[in-house]
Each structure stands twice: as C-alpha cells, then as structure tokens.
Design a protein around this ligand. Structure first.
Ligand SMILES: [Zn+2]
Length: 261
C-alpha cells in the first residue's frame, strides 16, 4: 500500500525516466482508468514537455509546459514500470505514458484502482491536503492546531490527508508505536509533549535508514514493521502481544502493553 516513502520513491524514478522529455501519448487501457481520463483530456497532454514532477501527499504531479498537470494516484497497489515502447506491455498495465524518445512509463496495478487524470491550467482536482508528513517544519504546534477540532482517535486522525499529507495505515500505526501512544487516544486531547514525541516518531518511521531497501511490492520481511500486520506477535519493545483492532474501517495494529500514552 503506497504511502509517502513509496510514492516519493516512485516520483523520483518517474523523474529520472521522464523529466524534461516530451509526451508522445497518454493512454488509458483499463475501463476504470478510461472513465477517469477522457480521450480529449489525454490529447491535451500530447506533444507537451514534462517541466516538473512533484509528490504532494500520495499524489504525483507531472507539470506540463502547457500549464496543465497530469495527476496520478496509486491507491492500494499502483506502481510504475519503466521501459521502452518496444517492450511487451505488462498484463496489469492500466495506463501508459509514452515519450518521444521511446521511453514508456506504464502504470501497473493488479486491482486497477489507480488513477491518471489531467487538470487544466489553473484547476486543481487535489483534495485539501495538510502539511507534508515529511516536511521539516512539521512540529507539535502544527498538530495541536490541526487536531484541536478532531473528534476522532489519533490513529484515524493521522491518516486524514487534510491533517497530514502522505501518512497511511502502515506508517500511522508505526509512528504511534514509536511514540508509545495508544491509537485509541483522543486526538484533540493530546498534550504538546506527546505530540512532540509523535513528530519525532513520524520522522523516524519515514526515514530511509530505518526502512529496508527494496520496493514495497516485495514480500515484507518479518521485522520490517514493529506492529503493522503483526497481530499475535511479540512486541519487540516490551514483550507484549501485538493486537489488531478496527478503527474507521481500517485495521490498527498496536501493543496495548506499552502504547499507553
Ligand atoms: Zn509493547
């Protein structure tokens, strides 16, 4: 499930393959993607140069020299496959961006939930996004302000992209474990000290050194995560047992013995 680090890595790979190049065509292949990318919108991208590529939350934005922006979201399973127009197309390729130098960037997604859309100049289809979870200026004061009217628990609040952009189910759970905070705690009542610890923990779980190298699509090693997907396993900090609960329709993994803040 791509979150900030994985989308950042994908955007960098895309930049290496496509930045500064000119688009030959953008095509939707899967019906679900065709519904989001009309032929007319796809045509607007043709012959335009990719002037800038950025990640915003879990979105990848390809700014074209025409002023239009191609917006990509991987949802649950998307990823780029980068090759050339002569390569056989991946059977899970849902859309492709072909460049005039023969580079082909395929959006591969087993479940076909990803999207490619084109925003006209001056128009943004992005939802309201909070500060980037990776932003060095992120601090406890920002979180106090962003969370003060939230009447939900801290875990789903952290996953709200309008609060923090880029965190999802995995890294929200991991950060709460690092900060020794109970994911069920009221987000509006978190003390400044706890939120300072949480900011430190968010930085830690997003830092490349802590994560294993390799693509997120590879099978996850047993100890890649402290709590995520480890129900019934031993907490590596206190020896307690990791539990799974459901919050806002999503699984939350945590250690009830040491996440007591
Ligand atoms: Zn524990």
């Amino acid at each position: 499930m791509p979150e900030l680090p994985e989308v950042e890595r994908a955007a960098r790979a895309l930049s290496r393959a496509a930045l500064g190049k000119t688009i030959a065509s953008v095509r939707a292949i899967h019906p679900a993607l065709k519904r989001k990318l009309s032929p007319a919108m796809a045509r607007r991208a043709r012959s335009k140069r990719i002037a800038r590529i950025e990640r915003r939350g879990k979105h990848q934005l390809l700014h074209l020299d025409s002023g239009d922006t191609i917006v990509v979201h991987f949802r649950m399973n998307g990823d780029w496959e980068i090759g050339t127009t002569g390569d056989p197309l991946d059977k899970f390729a849902r859309g492709v961006i072909e460049l005039t130098d023969g580079t082909r960037v395929s959006l591969v997604d087993r479940r076909a939930l990803s999207s490619i859309t084109v925003d006209r100049e001056g128009v943004s289809s992005l939802p309201r996004l909070g500060r980037e979870a990776s932003d060095p200026t992120l601090d406890a004061d920002y979180l106090i302000d962003a969370l003060k009217r939230k009447k939900i628990a801290i875990k789903p609040a952290l996953m709200d992209q309008a609060v923090l952009a880029g965190l999802g189910n995995i890294y929200a759970a991991e950060a709460l474990w690092e900060a020794e905070l109970d994911p069920r705690s009221s987000s509006a009542k978190m003390s400044k000290t706890k939120l300072e610890n949480l900011v430190t923990a968010i930085r830690l779980v997003l830092s490349p050194r802590r994560r294993r190298p390799g693509r997120y699509t590879e099978s996850r090693g047993r100890d890649r995560f402290a709590v995520y997907d480890r129900e019934g396993k031993v907490c590596r900090r206190c020896g307690g047992t990791i539990q799974r609960i459901v919050q806002a329709g999503r699984s939350t993994y945590f250690c009830p013995d040491c996440q007591i803040g």
